[in-house]
Ligand binder design. Structure first.
Ligand code: NG1
Ligand code: ZN
Length: 531
């Protein structure tokens, strides 16, 4: 009753935006920052409930809107092992976020009963935010919700999204056999730097790397990480977190991937290795300008193929290839050439899942080593318990095997297995290129991307677009799939699909084909069929 009263009183400081229906989607709640107070309050309440339900394990709350414009913000929950919130709870988040403020304490109570939460359990929450100006206000709201419900909490101030995921996992594994690291920002840097050094034994990074930080939280955090690193020369650009409007503006991983060009501010020369992070540093893409000054993108598909090929080689060199089932997880947006390369050259199994990293992550856990990336650069590698044990306990039969085993062991620490992490992925790519002695040009040379086109189509009601087969086909509206297939068949290597976006009010059409003009033509025709 005291808690209920505290919730009601705290809630009444805020005002619900009129007529707005909130939904916890693939990226949590995300919208214009000034609409978010009551949503963040609801998420604070739910975080406490989630922790109590899980007997007081630490739950994370991240305040960020990733690659969205500066005036947006968002909030999402992190589960104990650093994964995204369990799907069933997304509906509870939605319910609480839409509750009228006058009755939110009652809805909270009912929900606790419905989920069967033992209310005497302790509740523990860690939270952090990106550099958006609205973040401090929203963290204040979060604070109010946690205080009202008597939750123990730690404010980690500014962090990248993956850093918060890391801390959550560390907190919950402390003192167990699965201990993940020291639950602090310093612990994160030390773990990355030490494992990077081990992976780099005997090899050297060639030249330097320019990193565009999207003017987001990744900038200061990368600078911090660099203090712990040696043997790598990084030039940090677009790391202005003072001017709030510069965030994700004309820079960052999303800009580079969708515009298929370097940030206009880039001063990189031909063949210079460049990378871009997004606003909360969980996405990474690489690129360079070739000798003819043509922009060349190395996206998430490229990082996946690079990582899968390297880990496959290491497993063979370590003599444990037979014991580890290595696989790759992609979505329908993966370039067909990458899928072909994985199947025919790397000879690895592939799972295709729905869009959204939680689906990819889940599927990756079906392999001993699961490499998953969305084409936009969000992804990581997971290692099963069997893989961790095999790597740790195998007796090397030769110095070469020993070296490979040590390298694999260090990789399991370098890779942020909790979630896609641009800083960790960047060190992974740098290490692999060093081992292979490759410049980005050789990396690009592994296969040739099919020209592709992504089109956003505004429709009256996107909910009628129902997809199946990992979103590669449409079952409704009736007849549309047959139409798309007939269009596809007219183009050499033509492949196209349409699906309702989970984050925007639109349908996305993807098309690829053997030539640029065919891909564009196919995309246009399918878009016409959709609208
Ligand atoms: P939607 O809007 O459902 O296509 C987009 C991205 C996803 C994922 C989510 C979450 C594309 C085509 N889609 O999803 O990959 O990152 O946002 O941020 O890039
Ligand atoms: Zn992001």
């Amino acid at each position: 009753p005291a808690v209920k009263k505290a919730i009601s009183e705290a809630a009444l400081q805020y005002q619900k935006p009129e007529g707005k229906v909130f939904e916890y989607g693939t990226a949590g709640f995300r919208m214009k920052a000034d609409l978010l107070n009551t949503v963040v309050f609801a998420v604070g309440l739910l975080a406490g409930l989630r922790s109590k339900k899980l007997s007081g394990q630490w739950i994370g709350v991240m305040v960020t809107a990733s690659h969205n414009p500066a005036e947006d913000n968002g909030v999402k929950l992190v589960d104990p092992m650093g994964e995204m919130l369990e799907a069933e709870w997304e509906a509870y988040a939605t319910k609480l976020a839409n509750a009228p403020l006058e009755s939110i304490a009652d809805v909270y109570d009912e929900l606790a009963k419905e989920i069967d939460v033992k209310m005497t359990n302790p509740a523990r929450v860690v939270f952090a935010r990106d550099t958006r100006a609205s973040g401090s206000r929203l963290v204040g709201v979060l604070n109010a919700a946690l205080t009202a419900t008597e939750v123990e909490f730690i404010d980690f101030k500014y962090m990248t999204t993956p850093q918060l995921h890391y801390v959550v996992r560390c907190k919950n594994t402390l003192g167990t056999q699965y201990e993940y690291g020291e639950p602090s920002e310093k612990g994160y840097y030390e773990k990355l730097a030490q494992s990077f050094q081990k992976v780099m034994r005997g090899v050297k990074v060639q030249g330097n790397l320019t990193v565009d930080c999207a003017n987001g939280v990744g900038g200061p955090k990368l600078r911090e990480l660099m203090k712990f690193l040696s043997g790598i020369d990084i030039k940090v650009v677009n790391d202005d977190v003072i001017n709030p409007d510069s965030l994700n503006f004309d820079c960052g991983a999303d800009y580079v991937k969708t515009k298929q060009r370097a940030p206009p501010s880039s001063k990189a020369g031909a063949l210079d290795r460049c990378a871009s992070l997004d606003g909360d540093a969980d996405r990474l893409v690489y690129y360079f300008q070739d000798e003819s000054n043509v922009f060349r993108l190395l996206d998430g598909d490229r990082i996946a193929t690079l990582a899968a090929s390297f880990i496959g080689d290491l497993a063979r060199n370590a003599g444990i290839a037979q014991k580890l089932k290595i696989g790759v997880v992609q979505t329908a947006y993966a370039n067909g050439a990458s899928t072909d390369y994985i199947e025919k050259v790397l000879k690895l199994p592939i799972i295709c899942t729905n869009t959204g990293v939680k689906h990819l992550h889940h599927a990756a856990l079906r392999f001993d080593v699961g490499v998953y990336f969305e084409a936009n650069g969000h992804g990581t590698v997971t290692f099963s318990e069997n893989a961790m044990k095999t790597i740790k306990n195998t007796e090397p039969q030769s110095p070469a095997q020993q070296h490979a085993l040590e390298c694999l062991q260090a990789l399991t620490d370098l890779i942020n297995q909790a979630v896609g992490d641009a800083l960790s992925d960047m060190l992974l790519v740098e290490a692999i290129l060093a081992h292979k002695g490759w410049s980005p040009k050789e990396w690009l040379g592994t296969y040739t991307d099919l020209p592709s086109r992504l089109v956003r189509v505004e429709v009256k009601d996107r909910s009628i677009f129902k997809a199946y087969d990992a979103e590669r086909k449409l079952e409704s509206p009736a007849g549309l799939q047959a139409q798309i297939e007939s269009l596809m068949s007219r183009y050499n290597k033509g492949r196209s699909f349409a699906r309702a976006s989970g984050t925007e009010d639109a349908v996305r059409v993807y098309a690829e084909a053997a030539s640029r003009s065919e891909a564009d033509d196919l995309a246009t025709r399918v878009a016409n069929a959709v609208s």
